[in-house]
Design a protein around this ligand. Structure first.
Ligand code: KIV
Ligand code: ZN
Length: 387
């Protein structure tokens, strides 16, 4: 089984979500949780952007015990010096330099030629290497760039000393089949590719961030950049929880595993949701409130007979539990299983009456909780119930 490294960018790209800025102490807590859970690299921030960011990256670098700590930098001397300064006390520092490579970014954003971008990338990687042995180079908007130019700039980055080459789908544009082909093409043509790790960084503008990252893994990418709860610019980044659980669940397809201990997922997800004030949508894969909840009678009956009928992930493996919610769509099997768990037992007539009372209540409210069941059982029509 090959290892796919997890590069968590919750504290950098994730924090770029509108309104998601976290306090310094929340950032430290999240970095600690990520470190303990086994991420390989924590991208702690973009130190040149402001003094708060610089100080926070520095504090995270000092306290992180296992993971690498990366800091982002554009291809300028000031950015690289700030990044190098911020991670200098890390046990395992990384400088992550990037420059845009697509015609649209080069023309409209940077106003430079491909030749100038090539020169800036080479100089930046060489400069970063004077501070740090571990340098990642990203070709921003790679998926809208000329693949032949990507080969040229990535080959130059390897020659200048880059140790990881990152392929960002900056605007969430590519499709999984195209991503698989692009990574395959880059691996076949970059000079010195055997000396470096290929990474992928995907965004979710078309809802394909996780699928694209997994397609890259199939093609040989061995680092995935992702965020907890999929937070990040615009529609967000590839969600860490989806990547690690997909690789674990479908090892038969991907043949690769991460070092991340999935039992920590729920806890970290909640910490990030609280810290960023960005609640997780109920139906979010793996960490959403409904990810392991079943309400329809047929599904509840199946899960009560054997969990694997409707659950492909053991909820305990991600710090969760199966829940059978009771409402107008739920079935008798789940109703009496829950009643039994609450210590309610019935004779035949009590059972019928309890079920009718439940139906009446479920017709009036969205869900029926334990307190409702206790109240129903205590109702005068159910005096035969023993509780
Ligand atoms: O989306 C992107 O291109 C980025 C790079 C800085 C890696 O976040
Ligand atoms: Zn990004």
């Amino acid at each position: 089984m090959e290892t796919v490294e997890i590069f968590d960018t919750t504290l950098r790209d994730g924090e770029q979500s509108p309104g998601a800025a976290m306090t310094a102490s929340t950032r430290l807590t999240i970095a600690r949780l990520l470190d303990e859970a086994g991420v390989d690299t924590i991208e702690a921030g973009f130190p040149i952007s402001n003094e708060v960011s610089f100080a926070s990256v520095k504090a995270i670098a000092k306290r992180t015990r296992h993971a690498r700590v990366a800091a982002l930098a554009r291809c300028t001397q000031e950015d690289i010096e700030a990044a190098a300064g911020a991670v200098s006390t890390a046990r395992r520092p990384r400088i992550h330099v990037f420059i845009a490579t697509s015609p649209v970014h080069l023309r409209h954003k940077l106003g430079i030629s491909t030749g100038r971008a090539l020169e800036m990338a080479t100089d930046a990687v060489s400069r970063a290497r004077t501070y740090c042995d571990d340098v990642e180079f990203s070709a921003e908007d790679a998926t809208r760039s000329d693949p032949a130019f990507l080969v040229q700039i990535f080959s130059a980055a390897v020659a200048a000393g880059a140790t990881t080459l990152n392929v960002p789908d900056t605007v969430g544009y590519i499709t999984p089949a195209e991503m698989e082909a692009l990574i395959g093409y880059l691996r076949a043509h970059i000079t010195g590719v055997e000396r470096v790790r290929i990474s992928v960084h995907t965004h979710d503008d078309l809802g394909m961030a996780t699928a694209n990252a997994l397609a890259a893994v199939r093609a040989g990418a061995r680092q995935v950049e992702c965020t907890i709860n999929g937070i990040g610019e615009r529609a967000g980044n590839c969600a860490l929880e989806e990547i690690v659980v997909a690789l674990q669940t479908r090892a038969d397809v991907f043949g690769a595993a991460t070092r991340f201990d999935t039992a920590n997922l729920q806890h970290i997800s909640k910490a990030v949701a609280r810290g960023t004030r960005m609640p997780v949508q109920k139906n979010k894969a793996v960490v959403g409130a409904n990810a392991f909840a079943h309400e329809s009678g047929i599904h509840q009956d199946g899960v009560l007979k054997d969990r694997s009928t409707y659950e492909i992930v053991d909820p305990r493996s991600v710090g969760r539990a199966t829940t059978l919610t009771l409402g107008r769509n739920s079935g008798r099997h789940a109703l009496f299983a829950r009643a039994g768990a609450l210590g309610l037992t019935f004779d035949e007539e009590g059972r019928r009456e309890f079920a009718r009372a439940f139906d009446r209540l479920a017709a009036q409210q969205a869900s029926v909780g334990d307190a409702d069941l206790m109240a129903l059982a205590a109702g005068s029509a159910l005096t035969e119930c023993a509780s």
